[in-house]
Design a protein around this ligand. Structure first.
Ligand code: ADP
Ligand code: RBF
Ligand code: MG
Length: 178
């Protein structure tokens, strides 16, 4: 695990520009900056980049359907200004990934995980490792290709994690605050 990681966060999911699902086919759960708690220093000093980690939305409840609420899932996480779109506000946006056999795993327009909306729910997130810098890709196709590679990398890293990252997975499973 990189030196300043892991970073633990608890927040609430808010609306962004809606581009993740509509333009990229890769939804991201945007963390509110109001109800935001972060374990290491100030949010603004968290370096921008693409990371991997684990996330959980909501509390465990009866699993009578394909709901992922309460489950710990691998997450490919964007931290920064989305330079392709030149955002003025820094965001933390995890894309949550369900297992390959799950019916929602390839349900999005670009064959990635598309779940039912969970705006306003609480999210617990641990950022475990750095993957790459965020880049101002020319054209949306290049951006989608790069994100799909990040998702693959995240799945591999999460499946093979041990030690510190495993401890983060356990923290995400049980934490309700920092
Ligand atoms: P926004 O700009 O409002 O964040 P997105 O297009 O990025 O819009 O969609 C994000 C929303 O989609 C999330 O807040 C969540 O409710 C839902 N969602 C569905 N599937 C996923 C997923 N795999 N990872 C994260 N959010 C998801
Ligand atoms: N946006 C960029 O402008 N450049 C990137 O390199 C980039 N990489 C991303 C990697 C991952 C794994 C994810 C989930 C998002 C990434 N984004 C990137 C953010 C993307 O533009 C953003 O999620 C959508 O615009 C929806 O808010
Ligand atoms: Mg989003």
């Amino acid at each position: 695990m990189s030196s300043d990681l892991p970073i633990r966060m608890v927040s609430r999911i808010v609306r962004g520009f809606g581009r993740g699902s509509k333009e990229l086919g890769i939804p991201t759960a945007n963390l509110s900056k109001q109800d935001f708690a972060c374990s290491l220093g100030e949010f603004e000093s968290l370096p921008t980049g693409i990371y991997w980690g684990f996330g959980r939305v909501g509390e465990p409840r009866q699993q009578d359907d394909d709901s992922v609420l309460g489950r710990v899932l691998p997450a490919a996480i964007s931290v920064g200004y989305n330079p392709h779109y030149k955002n003025e506000e820094k965001t933390v946006e995890p894309h949550l990934i369900v297992e390959s056999k799950h019916p929602r795993r390839h349900a999005s327009a670009t064959q990635e995980t598309l779940l039912a909306d969970f705006y306003d729910e609480t999210i617990v997130l641990s950022i475990c490792g750095f993957i790459r810098d965020e880049l101002p890709f020319e054209g949306v196709e290049k951006l989608i290709e790069a994100i799909k590679r990040d998702i693959q990398a995240t799945e591999t890293l999460a499946a093979n994690c041990d030690g510190d990252a495993l401890a983060e997975k356990e923290w995400v499973a049980s934490a309700s605050k920092l």
